[in-house]
Design a protein around this ligand. Sequence first.
Ligand SMILES: N[C@@H](CCC[C@H](N)C(=O)O)C(=O)O
Length: 280
Amino acid sequence: MLVRFTKMHGLGNDFMVLDLVTQRIKVTPKLVKKLGDRHLGVGFDQLLIVEPPTEPDVDFCYRIFNQDGSEVENCGNGARCFAKFVRDKRLTGKTNITVQTANGRAQLKVHPDKKVEVDMGAPVLRPADIPFVANQQAVTYAVDLNVNGETKTVELSAISMGNPHGVLLVDDTESAPVETLGPLLETHPQFPAKANIGFMQVINRHEVNLRVFERGVGETQACGTGACAAVVAGALRGKLDMPVTVHLPGGDLQVEWRGEGQPVIMTGPATTVFEGQVFI
Ligand SMILES: N[C@@H](CCC[C@H](N)C(=O)O)C(=O)O
């Protein structure tokens, strides 16, 4: 069977987008892994699925799969590409689009300059809801790791942006131990659903550098929910004022958070690379 798809990216975080409003396919973890393989398939960090809504007052259902086949709750860079995709494919003419995700809703607003603003909802800080194992809620947590047989303790913030994140402060993102600590923290028992791990360098009160080791993928060029979690972590630690420019390896995102209970607003670009058809 031949399936139509669009290849897109948000600052180098790349996606295969499938329109399941006009096509019918059964998406299984096995199929996702096959399509996500960069040698044998199309290749992507995440597969984004556009489906008809199942709730009232919603325009589309937005489903997300990591390259390893796991279905996840949220993807910020994907949300911006999703908005561009549904407009380019004329599935909607709206500039304000409401989507339902695995655990909530997101509001997508397409600006006249084509940048997309996403209301990512309020960050979740209560450990049990992240999920993160801790006796009580705190701004940072000390987490013990076994690195090559030696115990190392790192300090991190634990935040959910719909999906779980750990954020560490580092002096310099270029030399940050993303490849070594990333996988150890992604699968750490204190994150029972695993987690995305951000390494943030504060440049000044309105600017940070960020690298993210993504759950189910590895380090990516950019992570939208990771940028939001990092700004929340920096604000809670008293290091940032709004708005914040987040410099990621793939480019910049603007992020704004006005305090507990308030939504995180993320703005950035969405790019189409090519259209294709693939045998499944
Ligand atoms: N790239 C994303 C996040 C995708 C999901 C993540 N890997 C997870 O497992 O939670 C973004 O831009 O937010």
